[in-house]
Write a protein that binds this ligand. Sequence first.
Ligand code: HEC
Ligand code: HEC
Length: 315
Amino acid sequence: MDTKAPQVVEKPKPSGRRRWPRILLTVLAVFVTLLGVAIGAVYAVSSKHMTQIWDVKPVAYSVPEGAEVIARGKAVAIFRGCADCHGLDLSGKVFLDEMPVMRLVAANLTQGGLAATYTDEDWARAVRHGIAPSGRPLLFMPSYEWIELSNEDLGALVAYIRSLPAVAQVDHGQSAVGPLGRILYLTGELPLLAAELIDHGLQPARPVPAASAEYGKYLITGCTGCHGEGLSGGKIPGVPPSWPIAPNLTPHASGLASWSEADFINTLRSGKTPGGQELRADFMPWEFISQSSDEDLTALWLYLTSLPPRPAGNR
Ligand code: HEC
Ligand code: HEC
């Protein structure tokens, strides 16, 4: 009896069922590796843009003094939306906390924060060009709306900010852009770096404040970020999906065709539309806009009614 005789154990032929998991594992491994490479590439490319240093020389302007100038600066800060993101007292806050898209901390602009060290030129570079004093592009601050801000409005705005009581710096942590935010940025869905969207050679506008469509056109850039370049509304770029769609403000049947000037002004003053809908101040900053002068609101109305009617949702 030869116990050493090789035992012939027949290897079971790999059945389809046994082979599948191995193929699946390989496919999964390849997929995970590719995903890792893709995310790595997304981070590498977006970080390169986010850390690029910009050398921009802002147009000179002056910062006047006086109560009238400060009052005008307050109107500018409200109308241009600084208070929406930086807080009513401009002392900064976390204004968006939506990872994996992004988490954004708007800086403390008062003497307890940036105003302590910011020069006139620093203000112009940040507000008009979307660039920090270090040359870094600012995240998500819509400076493309203010590249043509007039010298008078910028001067008044800076005078107002400098006049504000110093609010001590609170540690809100850092702004950060997550993987989804970076993908949206790279695919052009998220206007993350205003510095890249601005024609830095544009000169400041020279608007004449008046109840005119022309002045309304200058003011309307405070509304286009949400209501769209063509003011026909639609999905607002870069905000969480829970946000409502911005309505159509053009004189189209799906917009304000049936509104009168009084309807428009009452809506912005009271936050209530002629149809009785309460505007949600978290999404539509009517509480700030309501502090505008009658002249400014009339100018907006005249500009909006001068526009071609466009169907809703075409931005
Ligand atoms: C949509 C939101 C938003 C609005 C509106 C906005 N900001 Fe900002 N702002 C930000 C965010 C976010 C940052 C921080 C960006 C960063 O960390 O890169 C910032 C940063 C800044 C900084 C400076 C940064 C630095 O780090 O040196 C200044 C100055 C500033 N804002 C001024 C203003 C002024 C003045 C206005 C009104 C004309 C305004 N902002 C309107 C969101 C906003
Ligand atoms: C931060 C985004 C944002 C900005 C800035 C903004 N809006 Fe709105 N607006 C909205 C949203 C969102 C709604 C819908 C609100 C709701 O359904 O509660 C709205 C609603 C309105 C309505 C009501 C329209 C209707 O048919 O019911 C008017 C009028 C309006 N906005 C005018 C303006 C004007 C004028 C400006 C600029 C001075 C402006 N908005 C700036 C987001 C914005």
